[in-house]
Write a protein that binds this ligand. Sequence first.
Ligand SMILES: [Zn+2]
Length: 488
Amino acid sequence: MLLTILVFLVVLLLFLAAFVLLRTVRFARPLPEVEALEERLEIDAAQALAHLTRAVKVETVSYAELEKINFDRLIELHRVFERDYPLLHGTLQREVIGGSLLYTWPGKRGDLPGILLTGHLDVVPVDPETLDQWILPPFSGAVEDGVIYGRGVLDDKGSVVAVLEAVEALLRQGFTPERTVYLGFGQDEEISGLMGAREIARRLDERGVRLEAVLDEGGAIVEGTIPGVAGPVALVGTAEKGYLSLKLRAEGPGGHSSAPPARMAVYGLARALALLVETPFPARLNGVREMFRSLGPAASFPLQMAFANLWLFGGLAKKRLAQTPAGAATMRTTTAPTMLKAGIKDNILPTSAEAVVNFRILPGDTIASVCEHVRRAVNDPGIQIEAMDLATEPSPVSPDNHPAFYRLARSIREVFPGTVVAPYLVQGMTDARYYTTLSAQVYRFSPMAVSAEQLEGVHGINERLDVDAYLDMIQFYGRLISLWSQAD
Ligand SMILES: [Zn+2]
């Protein structure tokens, strides 16, 4: 009897193992092989580099305090472009929208949906206290040992200039797109995109423009940033998280602190915050799973096995991801208390206490569902909850099995051979969200091969880009424009 049970168990286990392995083997969804790009654009490297240097030198810094922004700098940057890209300015229609730019390159097939390449002209400020830590000054655009330094070379002037460079080179070759190509460069991505991308999108919408595909900044080509994944990976953002800040407010009777009452504002608020942070949003793995499907063999076998068999290893995968803040953020809406206000003197009970909690909303959750979760977690009618401005729903998820995605992936793999392309969820916000009403195919990717260390330069110290990486960006945009602008 015992033997029968044992045999039965062993057979069951073998079946289970076979099932798990089979699912693992069939899990990966590799993209078709491509050849390295042969017809490269003819680029004068020294000149292309000089153009980026000139763009970096114009200090188009965005500040949250609008009165601190020097709008003349944006106009100055427009003039730099005008001078550096004569063919482009002779062929494309240019519209100046405040400090932003919209170019239209009419295609032979104006009846078809067009394509849009977008980026932003503004940069974040440089913290004056860190100035002496820059190897080369942040607004010099200076080059040393094959590396260009400067605020914006990664975020996002490198991309904007590379796009312009690619269009100029395509025009030099006599290229005419079939679909109409739009280039949209916003002036204020770093502080909301309300004046830039939102206006550009509105103008296109008013004209009835529909887009086959949109590319904005987002992921990059990274190596060694995803644990358990080897080799260069191009992360293409197919969606971005939503944004919500809630103000939580507790009230109390106030008075002298020598005889505290049972209900105190600070305690009520602290308790609510503790409950909220200790009640995380549910974790969902569908987005991460799609990423691992595309990563395929670039991911370690245990990782492939886990994501191919979430029915069995889902709990384990969630636990593993939760070990790092970045991992946790990919699978759930995040909760982060960021501001506190209460009290004016050590011996006076404040009559109110306020906190601001910032949420980054995972696709699938909504502003309303987040508010509901907060109410339930806090479970205290004495806590007032109020949404602050700039709340944004998570973006729709763009498909990773659409021709536009395949052509994007092909452009990447032709210019950066050996790179694996995978969809992922962008944690921050980009201008791309304004264009999701114009197209279902909105992708967020900057074609930059960068190290994890270099990425720290984004909004940080020593923002820098390898000159070779910059030249590849130009090739990528050239290839993408020619593939995306095809009629079929
Ligand atoms: Zn940016």
